[in-house]
Design a binder for this molecule. Structure first.
Ligand SMILES: Nc1ncnc2c1ncn2[C@@H]1O[C@H](COP(=O)(O)OP(=O)(O)OP(=O)(O)O)[C@@H](O)[C@H]1O
Ligand SMILES: [Mg+2]
Length: 319
């Protein structure tokens, strides 16, 4: 009982699933979340997919607040568009001051605020970092968007970092700019006292980015998995994303090869398709041999709801 009352410091581990559109990232992420929760781990699964496919996968309405789906299983769907709208509202009134900075030849600083890499993702990343900081869960699973977006998302700490650095310089040059700094930052409380806004806040934000970055590149904490299907396009795309992940020091744990056609002697189409897939699978084992390779058969039914998610998790992780 006392143990329950005492707040336990958890050594949270993070699971991310990346891959091309439609290969099964959400299904594998959801099945992994369910599997860990059944093993007694407290699990949170987070998605930033505006299509809310997590709700579809679990066949339960989830939404923007953390929702308990089952014993030990929690989920939240961050809406990047909505987060961006909130952010834009704070930025809008100060646009005329940006013009003033352009006059000083500092407009490149504000290209970052413009569209690189996307304010919606900055806002979503901010929310993701808040969850990363929490010590409430044993496992946090992140259902990522298709690879391109994921990689942009991973480059965010770099972009923000240089952005914050530039902001610090500006802050030191123009002490009267504190209010602008406050308005353009996605991370501060809008009610903060003007004197408290500035370097401290920027430094705090930078620390947060750095700690998120450290977690993402720590192989003991973060398990980055690539989901693919046994087809040439998916294989090449995965190789390219591996290169980029290397640049960001993100360690990859395993590769999930999804939608393998089972043996079926009565179906010519299936036989042919399976033959092609088995060739590709061989190719995958050659190219990605240093990672753990897991396979998942193509089921007759779609993966949706607890029963099929459990079936999926058993294929992936055993009993
Ligand atoms: N092994 C499988 N057997 C049967 N259906 C599958 C399998 N894997 C995925 N599916 C189905 O394929 C569809 C796409 O899967 P999922 O949503 O998991 O992909 P995704 O990679 O998350 O897609 P997106 O890139 O759009 O986020 C879903 O309807 C899912 O039920
Ligand atoms: Mg998905």
């Amino acid at each position: 009982m006392l143990e329950r009352i005492m707040k336990r410091e958890r050594n949270t581990e993070y699971y991310l699933f990346a891959g091309k559109g439609g290969v099964g990232k959400t299904s594998v992420a959801a099945a992994t979340a369910l599997w860990f929760s059944k093993k007694g781990k407290k699990v949170l699964i987070i998605s930033t997919d505006p299509a809310h496919s997590l709700s579809d996968s679990f066949d339960k309405k989830i939404g923007g607040d953390v929702k308990k789906l089952d014993k030990n299983l929690y989920a939240v769907e961050i809406d990047p568009k909505q987060a961006m709208e909130e952010y834009k509202e704070r930025l809008a009134p100060k646009m005329e001051k940006l013009e003033f900075l352009k006059g000083l030849g500092m407009e490149d600083t504000f290209d970052y605020i413009g569209m690189t890499p996307g304010i919606d993702e900055i806002a979503a990343f901010d929310k993701f970092m808040q969850f990363m900081d929490s010590k409430e869960y044993d496992i946090i699973i992140f259902d990522t968007a298709p690879t391109g977006h994921t990689l942009r998302f991973l480059s965010l700490p770099d972009v923000l970092d240089s952005w914050v650095g530039k902001m610090i310089k500006i802050r030191m040059k123009f002490s009267g700019m504190a209010n602008l700094v406050k308005k353009v930052l996605p991370f501060g409380s809008p009610d903060e006292q003007e004197e408290n806004v500035g370097i401290d806040q920027l430094e705090a934000m930078k620390k947060r980015i750095e700690s998120a970055r450290a977690i993402l590149s720590n192989p003991d904490k973060t398990h980055y998995n690539i989901v693919m299907i046994p087809e040439a396009m998916s294989i090449y795309e995965s190789e390219r994303s591996l290169e980029v992940l290397k640049q960001y020091n993100i360690p990859v744990k395993s590769v999930v090869v999804n939608q393998l056609i089972p043996d079926n002697h009565n179906c010519d189409f299936c036989k042919e398709k399976r033959k092609m897939q088995q060739e590709r699978l061989k190719d995958i084992r050659n190219r990605f041999g240093k990672f753990k390779i897991m396979t998942l058969p193509m089921f007759r039914e779609e993966i949706r709801g607890t029963r099929t998610l459990e079936k999926t998790s058993k294929e992936l992780y055993g009993k």
